[in-house]
Design a protein around this ligand. Structure first.
Ligand SMILES: NC(=O)c1ccc[n+]([C@@H]2O[C@H](COP(=O)([O-])OP(=O)(O)OC[C@H]3O[C@@H](n4cnc5c(N)ncnc54)[C@H](OP(=O)(O)O)[C@@H]3O)[C@@H](O)[C@H]2O)c1
Length: 209
């Protein structure tokens, strides 16, 4: 699969490496692609670095791994190219880093997803990879026994199925929570957020029985 990743930092770089190792073709979209030379060189021809727009172009799915405050600018830059593609959103507001946009998202009763969704109204948005620290993703991928659970929420069934496949390929246990309105169950401040629970452990606090 061709995957565009917006950002190549802790989350983008880690998940991108795992997908490249799983055989996917990864394009990191960043402001300074030349700075990713060593990351790209270590991924055996399965990854390239480009602009955000180029990373979205031709991608079967896109992962957003940018600072939350960058959303208004990035959405304006990629919105036309993204269209109705699958967008996995790992972004989380982190005060005070993300300013008023982040604060407003955290204050929403419907969850942070609904600060992003109106910026890209056609995209098939799935919240994914938003709850687990990058260090855990890097060290626990494909571990034996119960794998780390990655909660997923989105309104499009095909996009959720694709997200499940990509979470599995990265070495984790996908846990579908429901439509995007249920993503608030794993927002910052919930029991699940930053808990490093396995897929089995995460089910009860997510209300999945
Ligand atoms: N770190 C974690 O453990 C963790 C866990 C769950 C969720 N998250 C969320 O995932 C997102 C990424 O976190 P991270 O820790 O990976 O951040 P990071 O290490 O700081 O990486 C951010 C990436 O985004 C790019 N970027 C920064 N500003 C940008 C802008 N204005 N426009 C476009 N690209 C920009 C950066 O590259 P350039 O500056 O070269 O463009 C960099 O590659 C955040 O929303 C964070 O809250 C993080």
């Amino acid at each position: 699969m061709k995957i565009g990743i917006l950002g190549a930092g802790m989350i983008g770089g880690t998940v991108g490496r795992l997908w490249a190792q799983a055989g996917h073709d990864v394009t990191f979209g960043v402001r300074h692609p030349a700075r990713l030379a060593s990351l790209i060189a270590g991924l055996g021809g399965k990854a390239t670095a480009a602009s955000a727009l180029e990373a979205v172009h031709g991608a079967d799915a896109v992962l957003a791994a940018i600072p939350f405050r960058a959303w208004p600018d990035i959405a304006g830059e990629i919105g036309g190219e993204l269209g109705d593609k699958v967008l996995l959103d790992a972004t989380v507001p982190d005060p005070p880093r993300d300013g008023a946009f982040g604060d407003a998202a955290l204050a929403r009763p419907d969850g942070v997803a609904f600060a992003v969704a109106p910026l890209l109204p056609r995209a098939k948005l799935v919240r994914a990879f938003s709850t687990v620290m990058w260090t855990t993703l890097g060290s626990e991928a494909h571990r034996a026994g119960d794998r780390i659970g990655i909660p997923l929420a989105g309104d499009d069934a095909e996009a959720l199925a694709l997200a499940e496949r990509l979470v599995t390929d990265a070495g984790f246990d996908p846990v579908v929570v429901g439509p995007l309105s249920e993503a608030k169950r794993f927002d910052p401040g919930t029991k699940v957020f930053d808990s490093n629970m396995s897929g089995r452990e995460v089910a009860a606090p997510l209300g999945l029985g």
